[in-house]
Design a protein around this ligand. Structure first.
Ligand code: ADP
Ligand code: ASP
Ligand code: MG
Length: 464
């Protein structure tokens, strides 16, 4: 059977609506939070596949555990803290289930300790990923049992059986054709009479090693699974009642957006709106699967619908902010009237797998921006990269910058956009501006210290 046939067979069994529901870390943080998620699943029988993140805080502990030179006492403390988060949940389940789950948790924690010990002596990105993946392994096992406790036939499923990736630890790339085939063969038949609970964020390479898709990657896992299953909906349940005009943590003036197009939401995610992992909308757009974003704490408040066509296309839709940007300026008089200079610069960047975000050029210099992955301890632009670039030109590297993006429609054509935005920012040092290349965004860099005031001022001016 080829993958297409496999999917057709499985989908004809499923017959009607199929929603993939993803719950983020705060949604599965403790027993009460998990219970609220279980009600969401129970109240809508189209929810057949549940994708969970690690309980809030667990992945951050695991990140620390996966670092070099973590003292044994700190390792033990972290493992105890992780255990406490998980057993605080299991203690609310029946004593038999609690005992079974705690046994599984303890044997996983023993395995985790082994990895942590190995990592402290010889650090590898492979072991770091093996460590990072434990959070989702705990939460998915526990949530399947919480579902059972409310009368839903929940069953744990190890996503590594189907989420095959390359071996780029920390930001692994998923093998889409394999996912499609294996989803049809292994996962879809299980959805017919059970609600399957699986892990976001993690995968497995061809050698059987655990991989991860990058921080916040559970949204993306859920979207890929929705695509492979030809789901009718994807629901992202989080801690806010939808997508807002900007991060509600920056200004209390931010307001929820009822509906937004795929394109606008994808721009927001790409430009740093943490509510969605940057790649989440790619699979959804490919298959035209509508995405809902809402709060698992207040599901009755509704949320944001992300879809292909929406009724309104306002000039200004939202403001996104991405911190920890690096600005590299390369300068060479040889650039003047020369051809091939930029090609050489880009070939060095490509060799180091560095992806350029924004670019502006002048006669003798080029400014490029790079995104540092969330939580990374060292700059994405290493000394080796700088040394190689210096063979060609003068190089300046600046850190501590934030990228502000105004997202909307027809921004490159609407009259007075630049004036409205930059008049508002009088007194703020704006470093690099990209306007005109895209109809959907206008973005610029500011110093980190100016980031929040910039967003607040802009929000007041554009959304008052
Ligand atoms: P989860 O753990 O559920 O994946 P995240 O913390 O990754 O949740 O994403 C939710 C957070 O995203 C919100 O608490 C909010 O602070 C932040 N956020 C950033 N930009 C936006 C936005 N435009 N609208 C809503 N939330 C946003
Ligand atoms: N648990 C992972 C993280 O904290 C993945 C996710 O939550 O989406 O990054
Ligand atoms: Mg998230």
């Amino acid at each position: 059977m080829n993958s297409e046939q496999a999917n057709t067979v499985s989908n004809s069994n499923l017959d009607n609506a199929l929603t993939v529901a993803k719950f983020g870390g705060t949604s599965v943080a403790d027993y009460d939070a998990m219970l609220r998620c279980a009600s969401i699943i129970k109240n809508d029988t189209s929810n057949r596949l549940v994708v969970v993140s690690a309980s809030a805080g667990v992945t951050n502990y695991l990140v620390r555990l996966g670092q070099k030179d973590v003292p044994a006492t700190e390792q033990a403390e972290i493992i105890e803290n992780i255990r406490a988060i998980q057993v605080n949940i299991t203690q609310h389940l029946s004593s038999t289930v609690e005992a079974e789950l705690n046994q599984e948790i303890d044997s996983l924690l023993t395995e985790l300790s082994g990895y942590a010990e190995a990592q402290a002596t010889e650090h590898t990105t492979k072991t770091a990923d093996a460590i990072l993946a434990f959070g989702e392994q705990f939460s998915s096992r526990i949530f399947a049992q919480v579902l059972q406790s409310v009368g839903v036939e929940g069953e744990y499923f190890n996503v590594q059986q189907i989420m095959k990736t390359n071996s780029l630890f920390g930001k692994a790339v998923v093998e889409l054709i394999e996912l499609d085939r294996l989803c049809g063969q292994v996962l879809a038949p299980k959805l017919v009479n059970k609600v399957i609970v699986t892990q976001g964020f993690i995968g497995q390479d061809a050698n059987g090693n655990t991989t991860t898709l990058g921080r916040g990657g559970s949204d993306y896992s859920a979207a890929l699974l929705a695509e492979a299953l030809k789901a009718t909906n994807l629901a992202i349940w989080t801690d806010v009642v939808g997508i807002f005009t900007t991060d509600p943590r920056i200004t209390d003036q931010a307001r929820a957006i009822k509906e937004i197009s795929f394109g606008e939401a994808a721009e927001m995610a790409t430009f740093g709106a943490k509510i969605l992992h940057p790649a989440t909308l790619i699979p959804a757009m490919r298959c035209n699967i509508p995405v809902f974003v809402g709060s698992s704490k207040e599901p009755e408040k509704g949320g944001t619908q992300i879809k292909k066509k929406v009724d309104s296309n306002p000039t200004y839709r939202s403001i996104a902010l991405r911190r920890e940007q690096t600005l590299v300026t390369v300068k060479s008089p040889a650039m003047l009237h020369a051809s091939g200079f930029l090609a050489k610069v880009f070939s060095i960047l490509a060799k180091h797998e560095l992806s350029v975000d924004l670019i502006t050029t002048s006669e003798i210099s080029v400014a490029l921006t790079f995104d540092n992955p969330v939580g990374s301890t060292q700059s994405i632009i290493t000394n080796t990269v700088v040394a190689e670039l210096e063979q060609l030109c003068e190089v300046t590297v600046e850190h501590g910058l934030s990228l502000v993006a105004v997202i909307g429609n027809g921004l490159n054509r609407a009259h007075g956009v630049g004036q409205k935005v930059f008049d508002t920012l009088e007194g703020i040092n704006v470093r690099l501006i990209c306007h005109g290349a895209s109809a959907n965004n206008l973005c610029f860099l500011v110093d980190e210290a100016d980031a929040n005031p910039t967003v607040e001022k802009l929000h007041r001016s554009l959304f008052a």
